[in-house]
Design a protein around this ligand. Structure first.
Ligand code: 4NP
Length: 145
């Protein structure tokens, strides 16, 4: 059965679309999507500086469009990968009763001691550092699938 993976961040214009783009390039056999817990950027493409940084390393994010996480996502995906603890709390608050879909911190797949969150480059402005961590996590996820 095809694995369906959902990447979640806050705005769905930086971290989760970048994670989605990297994983769909690395693991074309899995189905991917991404979304944000917030609604500010619904319908927008990924943030320009993030698109440019991803394109510079060969990953095209230009077709992606932001949407907001909904409780129905729990039933549509096999694994939900969040970028930070706030994302996890916001997602868990919408879990339908009886649903057992796993929610994991994507950064933990990078296997770096003490790193459980992907810092938000919308605020840090470190788009390349973000992509470095997301690439490590994508490689770890591929090994775990
Ligand atoms: P993301 O970054 O969660 O990695 O997409 C953000 C982008 C925009 C906003 C927040 C986070 N915002 O509030 O507009």
């Amino acid at each position: 059965m095809t694995q369906k993976l959902l990447f979640v961040c806050l705005g769905n214009i930086c971290r989760s679309p970048a994670a989605e783009g990297l994983v769909r390039d690395l693991c074309p056999e899995v189905e991917t999507d991404s979304c944000g817990t917030g609604a500010w950027h619904v319908g927008e493409p990924p943030y320009g500086p993030m698109q440019a940084a991803a394109a510079a390393r060969g990953t095209d994010l230009s077709d992606l469009r932001a949407r907001q996480f909904t409780r129905g996502d729990f039933d549509r995906f096999d694994l939900i990968l969040v970028m930070d603890h706030d994302n996890r709390a916001n997602v868990e608050a919408l879990r339908p009763s009886g649903n057992t879909t796993e929610v994991k911190l994507f950064a933990e797949y990078a296997g770096q001691a003490g790193v459980s969150e992907v810092p938000d480059p919308y605020y840090t402005r470190d788009f390349d550092g973000c992509l470095d961590l997301l690439e490590e996590a994508a490689a770890g996820l591929k090994r775990a699938l």
